[in-house]
Design a protein. Structure first.
Length: 730
């Protein structure tokens, strides 16, 4: 066994000074799982060293490690990694000299004053794109929201959060704008008026009102602004508010790297806009001294919750927080299981159902499923993949933190998602196995395509509209819908482009959004004053009433046919549309429908700001008993150990096989052509009555597989399908 060494130094980029207290981890890059070689903490001058042996990385085809480093601020805030510059086939001793800029270091910066915090943006000069929108110029920055003052230019803005010690009020804000990039724009796009509030089930618009979501009455630019001399917004950086969160004080700061100048008729873009906030350190120290006696009552669990807030990338930290940090062991692989069912609804004595409380679990399952998954965790850990089993009971029991967000979470799915966010950020979790069927770990139903032909009503020019269409009664605040099927009063109805959830409401009107059944006679002859049928008198003739600004759209119902059960809800954890105070992830418009989107003719547009890129890999073992869990674990371990549960060798021929998912997903059934066509056209067949021969012309090459064709043909007959094998002797 040979002892090997890794040394290095980490410095602040601006000053060249060493940075102390950073956690450095060295990994050996592998095809499947990267091996941890060792870890160290930087000393007062930023130096570190660690030792490892060749047994930590040696495999059948690997004699030297392929090394990269990951640098963390305690407890587990990733600052930098060198995955982009792996040291392939590293030598016996490797040395790394690394630099990290002051903003990334935050409170660990050796040069940042104790009473100041620095923030801002660092963007490329070409990051700002000017797009044409209805003849107007619209500036766009990726991941930025828009300003929200109607009649003023829509400009990108960003809110940053600053963690200060309690009492550390901001005294001054020094702004360093840097050189602007000036982009001419004759007609800036004006921010639009928000849609009027039409009830708790309607789409809600907050400060980040999106001009892309819905068509409304167009708001023009305020004449006073166009005639003025001042750019908008006047302040490039502005403190919005401060709020106490336990022992820290959080400030929200709005950053506007783009202004519109009405005199020059141009956008001023500041790609390197910086600011330094000075805060009242002396006052904070006095408060900290007066609260010392309270610190002893703060448990480890509460400390972890505070750290989960402070470790987010969007939070800038002051140095003198006086908050103990915890170094948590990483858990790359997490198994979530339980020995109980967690029902999505509770059956009542009268036959009705209700939603369960977050801590309300169902009946016990057969046997100990958790023990079976613990076997799998021990095996994974022995292979170098630290694995942890946690139960849903422990999660809702707040063993690892309050993932209900103080009761804000709607259901168990949201609680589990919050837990996965915590483990991903704090314990570097990349893989999650849901150890149970949906009765154990519930799944999230996402909204399917709004273009599915059997559940939608699309705009039509005829009044009354034909089946599967709708007619907008301009000036009457109403729409006629004639769906293909019979809706129930409980079926959710939504607008296609706005994503509005429209409730069944016989009292609906111009100021109250809702839909109701009407009679065939009124539907065909009237434009107002429709008869409003009760639930027991349902019909396929539907009237929607509400504000005209939201009704000029297509409509569709949410039914099982376009509802998609998906664990992707647990996989996509980070994105600009997530973790927004007062909102639920995957439901940005707050209507209880998750993952809504529509197709605008060229691309799919997410109405709920879903990021379709996974942050962790989520799998599921659909077990509901110990026997099923044991069978699953045995199969996984046999696959990875090449032996069964009794230690016997297994057939390893599967290691030499691979199944590819073809890019060919099928075509229409071969259509019959005229009897005399020879050969038939592509995707056609000919058959002469009385003959025992059919000629088929396929649109794909059956010989691609090599050797004799292994394809089988299916004859679609009225009684039952007949499978026809390849047979030259037929």
């Amino acid at each position: 066994m040979k002892e090997l060494k890794i040394t290095g130094r980490i410095r602040e980029k601006e000053s060249g000074l060493g940075v102390s207290g950073l956690h450095v981890r060295a990994y050996d890059k592998d095809m499947l799982f990267d091996d941890l070689l060792g870890s160290a903490v930087t000393d007062e001058k930023g130096f570190f060293e660690m030792y490892y042996s060749d047994k930590d990385f040696k495999e059948l085809f690997e004699n030297r490690p392929d090394i990269y480093l990951a640098i963390y601020a305690p407890p587990m805030r990733l600052l930098l990694d060198t995955k982009g510059a792996v040291r392939w086939e590293a030598s016996n001793q490797e040395h790394f000299d690394l630099e990290i800029d002051r903003e990334t270091l935050g409170d660990l910066s050796p040069t940042l004053p104790d009473d100041a915090v620095e923030g801002g943006v660092r963007l490329s000069k070409d990051a700002l794109a000017i797009q044409k929108r209805d003849g107007f110029d619209l500036p766009k920055l990726k991941s930025f929201r828009y300003s929200a003052i109607p009649g003023r230019p829509a400009v990108p803005e960003l809110v940053q959060y600053m963690a200060l010690p309690l009492g550390g009020d901001i005294l001054s804000l020094e702004i360093i704008p840097g050189e602007p990039v000036v982009i001419s724009a004759e007609k800036p796009f004006p921010v639009q008026e928000p849609v009027p509030d039409v009830g708790t089930d309607s789409r809600q618009f907050g400060d980040g009102f999106s001009i892309d979501n819905i068509d409304i009455k167009f708001t023009t630019m305020a004449p006073a602004f166009l005639k003025g001399q001042k750019a908008f917004p006047e302040k490039l950086v502005e403190v919005l508010k401060t709020e106490e969160i336990g022992p820290i004080q959080m400030a929200a700061i709005r950053v506007n790297p783009v202004q519109y100048d009405p005199v020059k008729k141009a956008y001023n873009f500041y790609p390197n806009l910086r600011y330094v906030a000075k805060f009242d350190l002396e006052k904070a120290k006095k408060i900290a001294a007066s609260r010392k006696h309270e610190a002893s009552g703060v448990g480890e669990l509460y400390a972890e919750q505070i750290e989960s807030i402070l470790s987010q990338k969007s939070v800038l930290r002051a140095k003198d927080l006086k908050w103990a940090t915890l170094f948590l062991e990483d858990v790359p692989y997490l198994i979530v299981a339980d020995n109980y069912r967690w029902p999505e609804s509770i059956q009542l004595e009268d036959g009705a159902t209700r939603a369960p409380n977050l801590t309300e679990r169902g009946a016990a399952l057969s046997g100990d499923l958790v023990a079976e998954y613990q076997r799998l965790a021990e095996w994974k850990t022995s292979r170098g993949i630290r694995t942890m089993v946690i139960t849903i009971s422990d999660i809702v029991g707040k063993k690892f933190g309050d993932f209900t967000q103080g009761g804000f979470a709607r259901d168990l799915q949201e609680v589990l998602r919050n837990a996965f966010k915590y483990f991903h950020k704090q314990k570097d979790t990349l893989y999650v196995l849901l150890g149970g069927d949906t009765s154990v770990a519930p799944i999230r139903n996402l909204t399917g395509s709004s273009t599915y032909e059997t559940i939608g009503c699309w705009r039509h020019t005829d009044n009354p509209p034909p089946e599967r269409t709708c007619y907008f009664l301009s000036g009457h605040s109403a729409v006629k819908l004639f769906p293909l099927f019979q809706p129930e009063a409980t079926d959710p109805l939504s607008t296609q482009h706005g994503g509005l959830r429209i409730p069944f409401d016989r009292e609906a009107g111009a100021g109250r959004l809702g839909w109701y059944f009407t009679s065939k006679a009124d539907f065909e002859t009237k434009n107002t004053g429709f008869k409003r049928l009760g639930i027991g008198e349902k019909s396929r003739y539907i009237i929607v009433e509400g504000p005209e600004a939201v009704l000029d759209d297509n409509f569709y119902w949410l039914r099982p046919v376009n509802s998609i059960p998906s664990d992707f809800y647990y996989s996509s954890l980070e994105g600009p549309g997530y973790s927004i105070p007062g909102k639920h992830d995957f439901d940005d418009n707050n209507n209880g429908l998750y993952g809504q989107y529509h197709f605008d003719g060229s691309m799919e547009v997410s109405l709920d700001r879903v990021d379709f890129w996974p942050d962790i890999w989520v799998g599921r073992a659909s077990a509901e008993s110990q026997a099923e869990a044991s069978a699953f674990v045995n199969k996984v371990m046999a696959y990875e150990k090449l032996e069964d549960a009794d230690g016997n060798d297994v057939d390893t021929s599967y290691l030499h096989k691979i199944l590819y998912a073809s890019a060919y997903w099928g075509r229409k059934w071969q259509q019959k052509q005229s009897d005399t066509a020879s050969p038939p056209a592509e995707d056609k067949f000919t058959h002469v009555n009385g003959s025992n021969v059919t000629k088929v012309h396929t649109s794909f090459d059956l010989s691609m597989s090599g050797g004799l064709p292994s394809h089988r043909m299916v004859a679609r007959l009225s009684g039952a399908d007949v499978v026809i094998p390849y047979n030259t002797a037929a």
